[in-house]
Structure formats: C-alpha cells, structure tokens
Design a protein around this ligand. Structure first.
Ligand SMILES: Cc1cc2nc3c(=O)[nH]c(=O)nc-3n(C[C@H](O)[C@H](O)[C@H](O)COP(=O)(O)OP(=O)(O)OC[C@H]3O[C@@H](n4cnc5c(N)ncnc54)[C@H](O)[C@@H]3O)c2cc1C
Length: 373
C-alpha cells in the first residue's frame, strides 16, 4: 500500500474522540490541528457512564483525577418494572469502580486539559475534503484551503468527513427517541442508578456528580412534535414509579434527540480515517459510545506512533483491524439490549421480567460489559 508522512494531522471534531486523540498525539510530540464546528463549548447535555476501557484512556492522558472530581462512582444498580417493582439489584464493593457516571460537559472539560487550547480552531468546519495520492486538501467553510498528511473524522454521528470521503455506510434512524435532563441532588432515587422498564420505553435515573441525571427513551411510530415536556410527562406517567415526581422537581429544559446507529463498511482510506460515533455510533442503551470513542483514539495513536515512514495507510488499516471486533460486538449487544428493554407486548414483558427477577443474567451482563474490549 502507498503511504506518506503523518506530520500534518487534521482532526475534524473536538468531541471526546477528537480530544483524546489530540492528547495522545501531544504525548508523542506531534501537534495536530483540531477544527470544531461549535463557536464555543456548551455546558449542556446528558450524563455518560464510562466503563473500564474509557477510564483507562483518561488515566493514560492524566485526566482521570480531574474527571473523578465531577463524577459519581456508583455502588448499586437496580432494574425496576413499570410501577417500580425491583427486578434485580447489583451491588459493587465500595473499593471497586465498575463505571463512573459523569456529565458529558465535565468529561469533555477534563479531556481538554490534555490538549493545548491554541491547537483548537473553534467555529470551523470543512466544506470539501479531497484525498490525493500525497495528501489531503481541505477547503474550510471560510473558503481557505490547506493541505494535510492525514485527516481524522472525529465529527460524530452526522460526520461531514464520512459523507465526503466514504461511500459504503449506513445511518439508521431508529424509532427510538431520548430526552435527557437534570434533577436536584437531593432527589430520592433509592439507589445510585435505576433503570425502569416501561411499555416500549425506559426511564433511567442516576447520581451523576452533584445532581441526578434523568433520561427517558421511548419507541414511537412518529417523531413527537413538539418533543417537549408534555410528551415526556406522558411517557414518565406510563412508566410510573417516581419518574413523574422527578420530572416535576426540575425546570431543566430537556435535551432531545433521535437514536441513530452508524455502520460503515470501512473506516479508513489511505489518508482519511473515522473514529468514534462518526465510524460506528451505537444505541445509547449500551452506555458504551464514549468508551468506544476513547479507545479508538488510543489505538489509532498507537498505530501512528509505530507506523513506518511511508506507512500511514497501513497504520490506518491496522487501527481498523484492531478496533472492529469490539465495535461489532458492542453494536450487536446494544441491539439485543434495546430489543429486550423496549419490549411493547405485555406477555413478553412479563416473561422478560420473570427471567430478570429469577436469574443472574443482568448482573452477568453488567460485569461482562465492564471488561469488554
Ligand atoms: C442521551 C445519550 C446518552 C448517552 N449515554 C452514554 C453513556 O452512558 N455512555 C457512553 O459511553 N456513551 C453514551 N452516549 C454516547 C456518547 O455520547 C457518544 O458515543 C460519544 O460522545 C461519541 O464521541 P465522539 O467524539 O465520537 O463524538 P461527539 O462527542 O459527538 O463529538 C463530535 C464533535 O465533532 C463536532 N463536529 C460535528 N461536525 C463537525 C464538523 N463538520 N466540523 C467540525 N466539527 C464537527 C461536534 O460539535 C462535536 O464537538 C450517549 C449519547 C446520548 C445521545
């Protein structure tokens, strides 16, 4: 395969994968350019569960302690049925961390500590990305053009790099929609993390840093219009337990989005590579998208560090070979998890609840997820 140098690297997207990659490259003495579409970092969004794989990356980048200051280290998980009956409970010994629950903005701020601010060009995005034999020419929205040795698409589920440089990919708009908002710290949720299975829906509440995160996801035939609090309240009432009261305890404006899944036949060309959600967005029910994105950054940086002169395309191919099996497994598990969680049929939900109540299946799943590589 052909190749070339990797001196000038452009990372499109200053999200979790983009910043982590820049952090690793900084440690190798490289100075990538990062372009970020947003004009400024927004302190909004949802809570993220980071598992061992993601935590290992924060640790390597020296950001773990900073992230921990804003995160919760849950010791108890519960699954409840509609109305609130406890189906299963997982207890984690206090001296073990299974995952950290952290506000995405706090995780992002911790990762920013690994990257010099002046490497990031805010309010900038590519308009055209053209790959040539000896490099990639990028034309930005302001009309300026620059040449790079390598372009990394870390630009999330709606990736421009993917659209410009890759042909064989699929964006699946799932029939599932998610609301996310924040409730006060003193909200009583009875545990550290609770998932309540409703009819074709799931309510999820968790202690996240100094407040309580509340997500509600529901399968719907048509997109809710408008997707405001009234619609959210109807689903919270259908799931019941404490969810309507938790919703009433906060004026927070919900984040709302449709769930999407990305699959790409290939994540790399000779000089362009996709990482994180741009390559393989996974259903958020898995709670694994961020951990996958951070591990992508780690493995890509490792491959670039050991690439022979002229071997960039081989390094990109090797990155994909190493990451593809874990991503495929997580996407498959997420589909199964979504099918089980968002069941609509009442008889099937009764069977599922009985299995969850009487077997250690869920606990086994949680512990396996913690070490999924
Ligand atoms: C409600 C919800 C709950 C979730 N919960 C979890 C969880 O518990 N655990 C977990 O691991 N994951 C979770 N996820 C998924 C997780 O947030 C993503 O998988 C993760 O953020 C992916 O990181 P990324 O860096 O690939 O993309 P992103 O974090 O989306 O970052 C992409 C960046 O690129 C920028 N960008 C986009 N387009 C351009 C462009 N054209 N030019 C320049 N910049 C651009 C964006 O502004 C953004 O800064 C959840 C997602 C949702 C929606």
């Amino acid at each position: 395969m052909s190749g070339g140098s990797t001196d000038d690297i452009l990372i499109v997207g200053g999200g979790l994968a983009g910043l982590a990659l820049a952090g690793y490259l900084a440690r190798q003495g490289r100075e990538p350019t990062i372009v970020e579409q947003a004009d400024e970092w927004r302190a909004s969004g949802y809570g993220i569960g980071l598992w061992e794989d993601g935590l290992a990356v924060l640790d390597e980048l020296g950001c773990l302690e900073s992230a921990r200051k804003h995160a919760a280290d849950p010791d108890q998980f519960e699954i409840r049925a509609t109305g609130g009956e406890v189906l299963t409970q997982t207890i984690v010994p206090a001296d073990q961390t299974l995952l950290l629950a952290i506000y995405r903005a706090d995780l992002h701020a911790a990762l920013r500590e690994a990257v010099p601010t002046d490497w990031i060009r805010m309010g900038t995005e590519p308009r055209d990305v053209e790959e040539r034999a000896d490099g990639v020419t990028v034309t930005f929205e302001d009309g300026t053009t620059e040449a790079f040795d390598l372009v990394v698409g870390a630009d999330g589920v709606h990736s421009t790099v993917r659209e410009q440089c890759f042909a064989n990919w699929k964006k699946r708009d799932l029939d599932t929609y998610v609301w996310s908002l924040w409730a006060p710290q003193d909200t009583d949720i009875g545990s550290d993390m609770v998932s309540v299975w409703g009819p074709g829906s799931e309510g999820f509440v968790a202690r996240v840093g100094d407040r309580v995160g509340f997500n509600l996801a529901a399968r719907l035939e048509t997109p809710p219009a408008p997707p405001g609090r009234e619609e959210l309240r109807a689903h919270a009432e259908a799931i019941d337990w404490r969810l309507p009261a938790i919703l009433d305890s906060t004026d927070d404006e919900p984040f709302f989005d449709r769930v999407r899944e990305i699959s790409c036949a290939s994540w790399n060309t000779d000089r362009v590579v996709l990482v994180g959600d741009a390559a393989h967005a996974v259903h958020p029910i898995s709670g694994m998208g961020a951990s996958l994105a951070l591990q992508d950054a780690r493995v890509l940086a490792q491959e670039l560090a050991t690439a022979s002169p002229g071997g960039v395309s081989d390094a990109l191919a090797q990155f994909e070979t190493r990451r593809r099996p874990a991503v495929t497994r997580v996407q498959r598990q997420a589909r199964i998890e979504a099918a089980v969680t968002f069941l609509e049929s009442a008889p099937l939900r009764r069977v599922r609840n009985a299995v969850t109540r009487h077997t250690p299946l869920f606990e086994w799943f949680v512990r396996r997820q913690a070490i999924d590589r």
